[in-house]
Design a protein around this ligand. Structure first.
Ligand code: IMP
Ligand code: MG
Length: 179
């Protein structure tokens, strides 16, 4: 049963589960024998990151950042602000940033510049969804779960106006909800 505000389901719970498991296996191979410093970009990453890390067989540290570029609308304001920084140093570490969705790319472009100044040994990005059609900043993810059509999606951690994060699938909202 889908939520009454959802027009249609784009990715089911089972599809997401299977893909996240594959990503975890790929990361386990790529980082074999190393230790990964996983940085989750809150709040959207929280469901994905919890599932991804449990499917990764690698030693890891974990921390979160809060970065905001969005108001309550569905398009980026272009301004990025870091409202919660890391609690520890990433110098010399293999950093993996974990994001829910790469859209205009403004957020991750800014974050990459910000974190690379701290001299990590390596810097990669893993995003569950990528909307390449909307890219404005020069940035690509190293690991992508799904390519996403140019639609505003919610669920599995992603919100509209802080709601729908708890849906176990990814859906498209009915247009009347956000217009
Ligand atoms: P960007 O800076 O435009 O790449 O935006 C990245 C952030 O915008 C993501 O981490 C999400 O929080 C939010 N975002 C972008 N597209 C969507 C969407 O379709 N649904 C929900 N949040 C989105
Ligand atoms: Mg958001």
């Amino acid at each position: 049963m889908s939520h009454p505000d959802i027009e249609r389901v784009l990715f089911t719970e089972d599809e997401i589960k299977a893909r996240v498991k594959e990503l975890g296996q790929q990361l386990s191979r790529d980082y074999a024998g190393r230790e990964v410093f996983c940085i989750g970009v809150l709040k959207g990453c929280f469901v994905f990151m919890a599932d991804l890390l449990r499917s990764m067989d690698v030693k890891c540290e974990l921390d979160f950042m809060v970065v905001s570029s969005y108001g309550s609308g569905t398009t980026t304001s272009g301004a990025v602000r870091i409202t919660k920084d890391l609690g520890r140093s990433i110098e010399g570490k293999d950093v993996l940033v974990i994001e829910d969705i790469l859209d205009s790319g403004v957020t991750l472009h800014y974050l990459r510049g910000f974190l690379e100044q701290r001299n990590p040994a390596s810097f990669r990005i893993c995003t569950l969804f990528d909307k390449p059609a909307r890219r404005k900043a020069d940035i690509a993810a190293d690991y992508v779960g799904f390519l996403c059509p140019d639609e505003f999606i919610v669920g599995y951690g992603l919100d509209y106006d802080e709601k729908y994060r708890n849906l176990p699938y990814i859906g498209v909202l009915k247009p009347e909800i956000y217009t």
